[in-house]
Each structure stands twice: as structure tokens, then as C-alpha cells.
Design a protein around this ligand. Sequence first.
Ligand code: NAD
Length: 416
Amino acid sequence: MELSAFEVVKKQIDVVSEEMGLDPNLTKYLKRVERALIVTIPIKMDDGSLEIFEGYRVHHSTVRGPGKGGIRYSPEVNLDEVKALATWMTWKCSLLNLPLGGAKGGVCVDPRKLNKNELERLTRRYTSEIINIIGPDIDIPAPDVNTNAQVMAWIMDTYSMNKGRSVPGVVTGKPIEIGGSVGREPATGMGLYFVLEAMCEKLNLEMNSHTIVIQGFGNVGGTIADLLYKEGCKVMAVSDISGGLYYFEGLEIDKLLEWTKEGNDLKDYKDERYELITNDELLSIECNVLIPAALENQITRKNANSIKCEIILEGANGPVTPEADKILFDKGIHVVPDILANGGGVCVSYFEYVQDIRAYFWELDRINKELKKIILSAFEEVYKVSRERNISLRTAAYIIAVSRIAKAIEWRGIFP
Ligand code: NAD
């Protein structure tokens, strides 16, 4: 039996606690979330029927600042998964040294089965149900799987209508016209790019001669595919929920992005040179860099041995399980962990939040420079600890992140 996402989280906390000799009381505390809200979302569908959906918003830790984390729409979302994702956000914000805590939300729905009006009603009702635990000083949601700038705009509007004034700082990842930030949409992909560049420098590898395989072709996977394609890398395979495409000589990413941006599935793309593959097959293609950018628990003890790459760059949150991590470490594969690699999104979300609060907006050049500075400083710190202790990049990243949280809890003390 594979572990659930939150069981994976608890295992990761155990590994790092042992490595850093953490107080067992703190280990116990960190394995719990601060609060978890489950809500019922009844929606009148356009055909007159009533559908009921379940939604969640979880705060893992707000010890270093308001909660921060995306909202996911997916038929597979459940409370366990949202708890795991909220915990990973705590570590990510801490590792990047942002004054924010960890949160996450989700609605158990297949958004492909709802039209735009139904999706808007779902989003507005979900927002109303969680309204008391979100806000610029409490918890600031953002986009995640199957949510985007439009969904954030509906959340911002619903929250603002209830408060009687515009509150742009309640969410990030908004459209620019209502307080969004330039550079937010591609930020996670940009961050992945900066981190990969730094990792290649450490390993003395030429970035533009790489062969790349990417699982997931949405915001994160699509952006990094585009950046690496433009850099001259051979992106040999990409996939979405419908399946994957493979071409040894490298796919034409610009054309595939046009295709999927029109709402089409990758499996329906016609090019006789391309081979249709499954998401499982994609993961075992031999390449330099494998980028899982879809969902968690994709590389497990079952398929870890068949992975043939030098670097795994975690675009998704939690794509590699702890058992797989061990196998990959022993095989000498460098896994650049999610909380570092995909931190670009939350970093620019933080910039958006700061800009909203100040009502003063930055230019793209400043956004990208500050993003690069923050993410590379975290990368250097993680790399150094991993070398000094001869531990994986993940354990090193966790040691840094958990130490900051532990220190914050120590300063604040346990109430009452
Ligand atoms: P997205 O909805 O834009 O894209 C998700 C992609 O994954 C799509 O191509 C989808 O078809 C594919 N997919 C979904 N279910 C799949 C399945 N079962 N098998 C294979 N492919 C599947 O989402 P995104 O924002 O790109 O997020 C992707 C991952 O990156 C998630 O793990 C998310 O938590 C993480 N992440 C996102 C951000 C961000 O800023 N958007 C930041 C950090 C981490």
C-alpha cells in the first residue's frame, strides 16, 4: 500500500527530526495542522439539478505569518491531500524566508464537467464558506491545479463584496487589472529555470544540451517546457491528464502550447513523428532532466528503479515518495525538492501581496531580479548543507525550513 500524501509528510518530518535531533515535542506538534475547515458547496446547475461538492481550507502553521497556499479543483482532492499540501507550504515559505505560513485549499470537483457559469457559482460559494479564515492578515489563497487568474478574480470579488470594499490582497495570482503582479503567471516555471541553471553549474553540466521530460503541461509544466525549449534543450516528452507525446528528436513546444491553450488535450495533437505514451511510460524515459509537474505521489517505490535521469526537478508538490527518495539517492540521481524548486510561485505571490498592501506596483525586471535573488540564495544554502552533511537536497532543505519554524515556535512559546 502506498502512503497517503499526509502520511508522506509525517514520514518526512520524522526523517528530518532525526537528522537534526529535533525536540520530540516539536516533532509531534509539526505533524498536526493548526485548523482544517470542511465545507459543503451546493450548486444549482444550468440544467436545473442540484449538485453538492465538498471543499477544504487548511492552515498548517501561521507561526511566521499569515497562511499562504493555492486552491485546487480536482476530483481526487481530499482532506488528507490538502493537509499535506498546506504543510509543504509551511516549509516552502520558511525555506525562502518569507514572512508567511503554510495553507492550502481544494474543492473535490471535476472542473471539466462544469461550464463557466457553474464554475463561477462554485467558486463564489466556496469563498463565502471559507470567508472567515481567509484575508490579507489571515490566509491568502492563490492558483493551483485547475484554478487560474479568473478563479482568483471571482474570489477577490466575492470577498470584497462581503467586506464592502475592494480587498485585492486577499488572493494572489489575480489578473493585473485588479491588483495582480506582472510575472506571477510564469513565476513557478521561472523559479524552476533559475534553480536548474544553478544545479547544472554545480554539476558542470551544459544547460542547453539537455534532454528533458516533463509530466504535466499546465502553468508549471508548460512554462518550464517553453523556457527550456527556447534555451535550445530537447524536450523529448510532455504529458497532461489525457496522456503524453514523445519524440526522440525533441517536440515543437511552441505548437503544443498553442494547442493546449485552446483547450485541447495533448493526446489529440496530430504529428506523425510523435508517439502517444502513457504518463507511466513517460516517467521511465531516459533523459538528463525529469520534471514532474502534475500531481503528488508519481514516483514511488514501484517505479523509482526504472527512472533514468541525472536530475529530477520537482515542479509539482510531493511528486516523489520517501521510499522512492531513498532509491533515487542510492542511484545517485539528484532530486531538487519541491519546496526549493517550485518556490518561484509563492515568491512572486509574496511580491504581489506586498504590492497590493502598498498599492505600489513594480516592473517585471524588478520582479525577476528579486525572485532570482531569493530562490538562488535558498538554493546555495540548501546545497551547502547537503554537501556538508552528505544528505539529500530534500533533507537539507527541510533542516533549514524546519529549524526556522522551530525557532519561531520557541520565541513565541506555546499559548497559554
Ligand atoms: P495546472 O492545472 O495548470 O496543470 C496541471 C497539469 O497536470 C495539466 O497539464 C493536467 O492535465 C496535468 N494533470 C492533472 N492530473 C494529472 C494526472 N492524474 N496525470 C498526469 N497529468 C495530470 O496546474 P499547475 O499550477 O501547473 O500545478 C501543477 C503542480 O505544480 C501541482 O502539484 C501544483 O501544486 C504545483 N505548483 C504549482 C504552482 C503554481 O504557481 N501554479 C506553484 C508551485 C507548485
